[in-house]
Design a protein around this ligand. Structure first.
Ligand code: NAD
Ligand code: ZN
Length: 257
């Protein structure tokens, strides 16, 4: 009887197209806290659901900009972990589309090239007034102390305040990214759902779309986030443990050296 991880490795071996759907849990082992981790330091007094809204930015743009610049510095100091690296390695032997809810750049820095950011990116600001996206801001002065209130820079076109180019609570997902993600989910044979609680919609629909379209769905998470069924599997544990183990089970015949 094959073990759960061997069963999943066999699915991947037989798959042509794979979607890797990731959430904050995959970056947890790079030292970036998930949404469910308690906030620390000065941010412990803030509710992320209140900081990550257009209303919060309207009320106190400097507080919100400072929070994101601090997060950006934190991400810049982090490195991709074994799970990010194994996904990039998998893309050398299978067609892999990464659909991430994360706003960090750890997939790209691990070497993944086809990455769809459903919730935007910490590195790409946009104008709060005219919604244009200027060139990504140079990262000159990393904000290393938390809780700094920093006035956001101004839009080069309309002089409006720049805001982080991320999807805030109550906002729509970027349409083109969403369309591409749904298409990839409909066309894949296997979807690996890694490090996501699956409660933030509409992003959490992506594994459901893949399942309805006939794909096998595999959840990799220390928590039991789904009930296994004939086409749904759970590998309980950390991403940095299971994902490299899965890829190594593909064997030398499947992986270039
Ligand atoms: P979430 O915080 O709701 O859930 C995190 C999940 O990761 C949980 O199910 C947890 O059990 C799991 N997890 C924890 N450690 C893990 C590990 N080592 N390996 C595998 N799984 C692990 O995060 P979410 O589902 O991504 O949704 C919340 C929102 O948080 C997203 O919209 C995302 O944009 C945002 N977010 C992003 C980042 C980031 O960019 N790195 C960080 C925090 C929050
Ligand atoms: Zn503008």
């Amino acid at each position: 009887m094959p073990s759960p991880i061997e069963t999943v490795a066999a699915l991947i071996r037989d798959a042509k197209r794979i979607v890797v759907f990731t959430g904050a849990g995959i970056s947890a082992e790079s030292g970036i806290p998930t949404f469910r981790d308690p906030m620390t330091g000065i941010w412990a007094h803030h509710d992320p659901e209140k900081l990550e809204t257009a209303d919060a930015f309207r009320k106190d743009a400097a507080l919100v900009w400072g929070w994101y610049m601090w997060r950006r510095a934190h991400v810049a100091g982090a490195v991709p972990n074994a799970a990010h690296l194994a996904i990039a390695q998998l893309a050398r032997v299978r067609e892999v589309t990464v659909v991430t809810q994360n706003i960090d750049d750890l997939h790209a820095r691990a070497g993944s090239t086809d990455v769809i950011h459903l919730h935007g990116s910490l590195a790409q600001p946009k104008c709060f007034a005219c919604h244009r996206t200027p060139a990504a801001l140079p990262f000159e002065n990393p904000v290393t102390s938390e809780g700094l209130r920093i006035e956001p820079p101004r839009c080069p076109r309309c002089n409006g305040k720049l805001r982080p180019g991320v999807v805030w609570f109550g906002e729509n997902l970027p349409a083109a990214a969403w369309k591409r993600a749904v298409l990839a989910a409909k066309e894949c044979d296997v979807l690996l759902s890694i490090g996501t609680s699956g409660v933030v919609f509409p992003a959490a629909e992506i594994p459901i779309v893949a399942h309805h379209a006939g794909a096998c769905v595999v959840h990799i998470n220390p928590a039991q986030v789904a009930q296994p069924s004939s086409r749904e599997f759970c590998l309980i544990g950390r991403a940095a443990e299971h994902v490299p183990a899965l890829v190594s089970l593909l064997g030398p015949a499947d992986l270039p050296s």
